[in-house]
Design a protein around this ligand. Structure first.
Ligand SMILES: Cc1cc2nc3c(=O)[nH]c(=O)nc-3n(C[C@H](O)[C@H](O)[C@H](O)COP(=O)(O)OP(=O)(O)OC[C@H]3O[C@@H](n4cnc5c(N)ncnc54)[C@H](O)[C@@H]3O)c2cc1C
Length: 293
């Protein structure tokens, strides 16, 4: 029988990152940070997670808000999807993120779910992990003793696993300003019920003189155990005029890093995800190129 109530737990509501970090250390790996609760609470109800304590981040003002500067955006980890999709700073400086956030689930989830919870949880089908990868983000953390700045390239490690240590709070996500003549796009094949990505692709393309591709970042979600860059596809774009056949050939390599690792579940077979990765990579790259123009 599946139980739908969580095991008992203590509840803490710190009002500073320092206090949250102290509590994480106090519970020694048995305390869990609570952000929007839309991934953690279902896991607790299914008893797949039974922390001794929940440390609720909702009272910590320093984790909220979006700051814009000449170097880019600094986004507090407790910023919700709704705030991302409706922020004029995000819409103008990182439209990829605003667009992807607007495609998450439904209004209820977008009003509670946070960027910090989404990337820390690293669900293999989540929408924001490929977006922060494609945008070359830096993940800023705090712990009782110190803090770290983790390049996003080293952040997503495995299924539901990131580089965060059990005693670390993800505080901010820094998004560098996009170069001129850069176009972005996020497209996904959504699960009809939950809207999680069966396959999702984020593309960031910068064009140089004569329309030659100077820089390409393509990142995948839904396809494999965690979000990752499609580096072989990227290499097939850089230095070239991005005619449709060049984009198609690059997109065919989009799943190359996932050889033998495509997800297979009740929603889609591994073969189907592999085929759809190519289709959606082509669409995302083509849309990003059109936006760059
Ligand atoms: C019905 C439904 C549909 C959904 N559909 C989608 C969808 O289409 N696309 C999509 O991407 N997602 C979807 N989700 C997931 C949703 O986006 C979650 O909100 C998100 O994955 C987790 O964010 P959260 O703020 O709720 O985090 P929580 O559930 O509160 O936390 C998740 C994990 O991250 C840790 N954590 C949270 N904040 C921090 C922090 N600052 N530092 C360190 N660790 C932290 C927690 O300890 C926990 O382990 C759906 C969820 C539901 C319930």
């Amino acid at each position: 029988m599946v139980t739908m109530t969580s095991a008992p737990f203590e509840y803490q509501k710190p009002d500073s990152v320092a206090e949250a970090s102290r509590l994480l250390s106090k519970y020694g790996g048995n305390g869990k940070l609570l952000a929007g609760g839309h991934s953690l609470v279902p896991l607790m109800k299914l008893r797949l997670a039974s922390p001794d304590a929940l440390i609720d981040l909702s009272g910590i003002e320093e984790l909220k808000g979006i700051k814009s500067s000449a170097s880019g955006l600094s986004i507090g980890s407790m910023t919700t999807y709704h705030e991302l999709e409706s922020s004029s700073d995000v819409q103008s400086n990182a439209p990829l993120m605003a667009d992807a956030a607007s495609q998450v689930a439904d209004a209820q989830v977008r009003n509670s779910g946070t960027i910090g919870g989404a990337v820390s949880h690293s669900d293999p089908a989540a929408d924001l992990p490929p977006v922060v990868l494609a945008l070359d983000a830096v993940m800023v953390t705090a712990s009782q003793r110190s803090g770290r700045e983790i390049p996003v390239e080293r952040f997503f490690k495995d299924f539901l696993t990131t580089a965060l240590r059990p005693n670390e709070v993800l505080t901010r996500i820094e998004i560098p300003k996009l170069p001129a003549n850069t176009g972005t796009a996020y497209v996904k094949m959504a699960n009809k019920a939950s809207h999680y990505a069966l396959v999702g692709v984020a593309a960031v393309i910068t064009l140089g003189a004569g329309g030659v591709c100077e820089r390409a970042r393509v990142a995948l979600t839904g396809a494999g155990p965690y979000a990752m860059r499609a580096k072989r596809a990227e290499r097939m774009l850089v230095g070239k005029q991005l005619a449709p056949n060049v984009i198609r050939n690059a997109a065919k390599r989009a799943g190359a890093e996932l050889d033998g690792m495509f997800n297979e579940d009740v929603h889609a077979s591994a073969d189907y995800r592999e085929a759809m990765t190519k289709v959606f990579a082509e669409r995302a790259i083509a849309a990003a190129v059109a936006n760059a123009g």
